[in-house]
Ligand binder design. Sequence first.
Ligand code: PEP
Ligand code: MN
Length: 340
Amino acid sequence: MIIALKPGVSKEEIAKLIADLEVLGVKVDSSQGASQVVLGLVGDTTVINDDALRANRFVDRVIRVQEPYKRANRLFHPLDTVLEFQSNGKSAKIGGGNFAVIAGPCSVESREQLVSIAADVKKSGAAFLRGGAFKPRTSPYSFQGMGCEGIDLLVEAKKATGLPIVTEVMEISQIKLFDEVDIIQVGARNMQNFNLLKELGRIKKPILLKRGMASTMTELLMAAEYVMAGGNSQIVLCERGIRGFDNFTRNILDIAIIPALKKKTHLPVIVDPSHATGLSWMVPTMSKAAIAAGADGIIVEVHNDPEHALCDGEQSLTPELFDNLMNTLRKYAALEEKVI
Ligand code: PEP
Ligand code: MN
């Protein structure tokens, strides 16, 4: 249930109203909108008398939310959530009219590889560096990532370039290794690892939550709700392609979920054109589609030697192609009035 208050209600009146509601056993979160305060009620709201609330002189509107997600719901939080970072001495934002570019290799493979790619993507204008240290591979015989050493190399690259780093966590026991990581990625395969999501709700770090390969939009939003219910609302959602019947592309990029998510939630939404298509030559076109559809950014794989990459070479752009892509995206971002 959402209660929009009239503009200009005093802090004391709001606190009193919240206290009266909480006595009934519901949890109340308040959020400041552009001109009014919005209260989000979580719990058994059947005990609440809508008519009495509507009669309250401080209440503007009372809305019963049908969707099972409350904290992630735009009804409860009408303004876009914007996450802010320091990138190379400048502010870099995700959400709210900004277009964030996260780039780097699928996996951290060596110091030389990471240093070289990090310098290249920074030069081209990426604001964030990605790289997998713990890799969820389909085959147990494939490269599993460098683990802790990979995290250390990412932190080194962050110090050298000033770029915030994004890397994937696979299990709860690894979280303690992510102190210096700026954005913790939850991969498609872990989107419904509810114990992991609950644990990430307890920490104060931005989470990049990728859509599961067979998950609905509501399931993705409920996964975000798990993290938010624990108290962490710094979440970026990522569409990375879903399973379809045609294997021409690695996955099917669900472009339509971007406007749908932007309508339903205030959380930023980015696109991963690399895992969505599996083909590097499609990445520029799909990145342009992402901007046009209203995405808040992209996460793209870039490798200095795709032919010898230990993981996902076929979908990785070379630094030169990534540089071309950034030049194109700057033009598209200007058309969409986004800050890149
Ligand atoms: C990745 O970003 O490296 C990755 C494994 O992505 P996904 O979880 O979307 O497959
Ligand atoms: Mn990959």
